[in-house]
Write a protein that binds this ligand. Sequence first.
Ligand code: PHE
Ligand code: ZN
Length: 890
Amino acid sequence: MRTETAKPVRLEDYRPPDWLVETVDLDVALHPTATRVRATLSLEPNPNGRNGAPLVLDGEELSLVSLSLDNVPLTPERYSATPSSLTIAGPPRRPFRLTIETLVNPSANTQLMGLYRSGASYCTQCEAEGFRRITYFLDRPDVMAVYSTRIEAEKSDAPVLLANGNPVSSGDIAGTDRHFAVWHDPFPKPCYLFALVGGKLACVEDSFRTMSGRAVALKIFVEPGKEGRCAYAMDSLKRAMRWDEARYGREYDLDVFMIVAVSDFNMGAMENKGLNIFNDKYVLASPQTATDADFAHIEAVIAHEYFHNWTGNRITCRDWFQLCLKEGLTVFRDQEFSAEQRSRAVERIGDVRVLRAHQFVEDAGPLAHPVRPSLYHEINNFYTATVYEKGAEIVRMLKVLLGDDGFRKGMDLYFSRHDGHAATVEDFIACFADATATDLSQFLRWYAQPGTPELKVTASFDARARSLRLDVAQTLPPRPGHPVGEPMVIPLVLGLIGKDGRDLPLVTADGRRIERGMVVVSRPAETLVFMDIPEPPVLSLNRGFSAPIKVFAETSAEELQFLAAHDSDAFNRWEALQVLATSLLVEGVAELRSGGRLRVDQALIDALEATLSDPGLEPAFAAQALSMPAEADIARDIGEDVDPDAIFRARSELRRSIGENLGPLLEDRYARVSDRGPYRPDAASAGRRALKNACLDLLAMSGSSAAIGMAEQQYESADNMTDRMGALAALALHDVPARARCLEDFYRTYESDPLVVDKWFALQASIPEPGTLPRVQALTIHPAFSFANPNRVRALIGSFAHSNQTQFNRADGAGYEFVAATVVDLDPRNPQVAARLLSAFKSWRALEPARRGKAEAALRRVAGLETLSRDVKDIVTRMTDGGVRTTDKG
Ligand code: PHE
Ligand code: ZN
């Protein structure tokens, strides 16, 4: 346990390293409990560092075996070694070689940081600060070195030995049953990108020819027996490689690109140079075991990690405050990739749903922080929706502001100017400013100010002057440590739609035609005037969600219905339905709480009916249209005094009413989009299944025996996991015998496949019934469950805490108590997973008083414990102290 007095790291304290590392030569002898690591570092004083500074290397839980300088053993008075640092007081002021021998125990490593075991394999995870758990090092991303790695192991224990870069040599060690492999990575990299793997792994191979004609071997390593489930990952990889060449002119740079899938992994995947390590959930897929959503995630994560080779690896971050420099940019790149592989509009809707459900919620609560924080206590807690998803939105806004050509010029300059370096957000933005001669200084505020900007738009039409005036006012809500917001640069794409449903040309008062429908709002209040407007138009604002903001405009239900049917911007057609539904739900929640009823507006029913009947709309879009705002979204819109039960009831009633009102149409669509041929994972087929299951979902809301029978029938006849899970999810909402029967059958059918059993855990944890908490508690002792595996914990406990709004927020507080107690139990074993689980409390301040009191009591009990990891301590403190820990006042 490492509870210690909190010493935050501050961006303003950044100093270049005093020492540089030119090369790292590692020699690792794998052993289950005593792995010996010999690291030889060639060090030299940094001309930009402090002259004569001591050499202080980072470590964590290390034990030193031996230490020598230029091959001469160092006597104990020349250094001091603790498990967490190695200091050499008077090092030579010239280049020298330091050889450090340490012992580590991978089997005892339950945090899954550094060198650990997953099943029978050895693997590593070094981002952000895991390399220091392997050897003493300058564990910071601006120290970039060329690595050579020699690994040896018992042949029977680890026949496959992998590390970053290209293979150099391998062979048996004479007279032993051990063997070795040597790898060399010619590209200088920070230590967080180091990786090695050893184990009994099967390999699926393919190859790729880069645009300049170089051959690259592609290899995916999995546990033996799982080779048959790698095809989609391999196909996604090849498409991603081709796409980065076509869109950014970036080609792969080593002779081999390897992916290793492991079952125990804290996050999704990791972009280690040439040797990506993946949570196997983002590699393995077959029609029988993976849903369409799983296939889409695999495609996105494979692409994401591959794209990091240029945005993250070749150009890395100067320090961890710049995390969004690689993550926001790479998420943007993978989103664009998916948009071009699938349907742009549908992908955008999905991305915005995720942004609102996670990032907007985070930004509205005590864990709010800027996309580039200026202070942290534990960097692991900043792999957040804000850094990733809002970070991606900032890059997208740059593209909207500068246009496709300007954006590409800026990216080209970024790649040429910073290749091989550790860069900052300022460096990145300067490339776009320089390449397009644009002043982006105000734009930088997006990185510094937390909170979701709000834009209020008031329209006035002047019939005599045939002009439309828009008064636009922007505000930034005060956030912890950021009481006043400075105005942002907001690229607002808009349209004015005439009665015939067509976009009117946008002409300003001085006769200028507005290109791409984009206006830039950069002052607190602005007035925009459009000329030659024959009649009051309907406003379509923030098209394509051009900026990650909340827009408030007085749009009537009739206008929203009109937009849903006619907007040329598909995103805003969907958005109009969501706005219509949200206002109805927010009113309905208030009604229900005061004993009234939910009033379902016919405008919404009519708009949904029109959408479903429009033959020009793709099924995947129709499915998104039918999917009502999530409970968390409604809660965020209500903002305070939130009652999760009332929200659930309002949403259920609305869905039931849609199902009843549109019954025949939903049944008709259900039948029409049901494919008969064999399963195919492509976007169009997935879209049809999405619509089919969205129809079933609404039809089943009635709980009638016909509806339940329909779901059961789909469950039984499904030839793929998407339809099977769709049916099971519909059944899960009803406490009927068919549900128990199907859940039983599901477990028996898939019990040998942990990734599928996770779906079974997650579904049961999400059931909105009082019986769920005891059910989840009982499942923690189910033979298929384990607290040691992050996927299991996330599936069962994570789903309960993050996705089951009514049961996590039980009025009696038992949900809070259970999750808090689980966090405390898990913390000594795996602080990262524990801290993430605790973040489920992030909206506690918005709850109605009784629940708020119970949530706070649970949090305060955690906060009061003596031995908490830094990870959990940081989250619980920010959660309970108003969030000042991420500000400079902290
Ligand atoms: N860098 C990983 C990514 O691609 C995420 C990650 C962070 C993985 C920390 C492991 C540990 O987003
Ligand atoms: Zn990433």
